[in-house]
Design a binder for this molecule. Sequence first.
Ligand code: SF4
Length: 318
Amino acid sequence: MAWDALPLVDVVDERPAIERRAVVRDGFYETQARTMIEKVPVTSAVAERWAVSPYRGCAHACRGCVARRGHRSLGWDTGRDFDTRIVVKANAGSRLRDELARWPGEPLAIGVAGDCYQQAEATYRLMPALVTALAEAGVPFTVYTKSPLVLRDAGLLAAARAPVAVSIAFVDEKIRRVVEPGAPTAQRRLELVAALREAGVDCQVLMSPVLPLLSDAADQLAATVRRIAAAGASGVRPVVLRLPYGTRQWYLSWLEQAHAGLVERYAELYDAAGLPAPGYEERITGQIEQLARAYGMRCGAAPSPARRTPRADQLTLV
Ligand code: SF4
């Protein structure tokens, strides 16, 4: 190499590692995942201890999303970056298949670090391979989503006997527009619950997150549970908003602008880990339990599905 071809100063690429590693296509950050099965953070709303997420970040942009912290470890911020920089695990299907070969069978939550049926899934179609791999391995799993795109895979999910948990925390569209600006309306999600049931998929509703002092009035809870029951959900599980690191900053910055008078009351209600006062949480959960009972709906975590015979074994028996 000629001396004059060498740079005069070292050029240091200071971008976060994910940006150097990923292939950016149409605004999505395509990566090759090293691990698909990850531990669920304790502040998460899901009942499972382990999760599989084909996407990190989520265009649904929910203010109170507890997955926000994950973007910090990528070198991005937990606010707007989480909503707009979506990481796609392009090798999700093959990687998960390898891990399932050694997985003891504990149930998995699908779609925790970002909604697994958000808009990116319309482009990448990662979920059919994941559902097929899980069904063939006989590992029980629950899909968590707010997106009607899940209906595309209803046949696969019904065949796998995999429940879907649709999040609907309130039915007030004015609240939805500001705290879940990228998510489908509650009405569309209620229609999704009915459509999934019709397609033979067990569908429960995660009433998460109930927002203290914003969506927790008795009439708001009653209207929400009534419509969830009318949509045909098999059960409802209430979860009060959690504010772990990352979520707390993003949610409270909005609260300060939109409802400054509530900031102090939130400070009294939440501990340093971002968990709501137990007395408050019990009161809200108790109210929702009573309402669910009145509508003949199960309330609380659905019983864990049992491990199923792997499909490959079934085939060899035939
Ligand atoms: S849909 Fe779920 S993963 Fe996506 S931002 Fe909302 S809470 Fe987070």
